[in-house]
Design a binder for this molecule. Sequence first.
Ligand SMILES: [Zn+2]
Length: 53
Amino acid sequence: MKLVCMHCGKEFEGNNEKFCHDSCRDAHIMSLESRVRESVKEDSSHTKKMSND
Ligand SMILES: [Zn+2]
């Protein structure tokens, strides 16, 4: 079964896999986590501004 890696877009052979390699999976998870951290940071600064009013 030919699949396309969710991280690098490379085609690879696999079964219900989303990534061609563990390093791609790790890199993808890390980028997701940093995106979540950024949105949390924005939320907390927004909350801080609200509480100062
Ligand atoms: Zn990949």
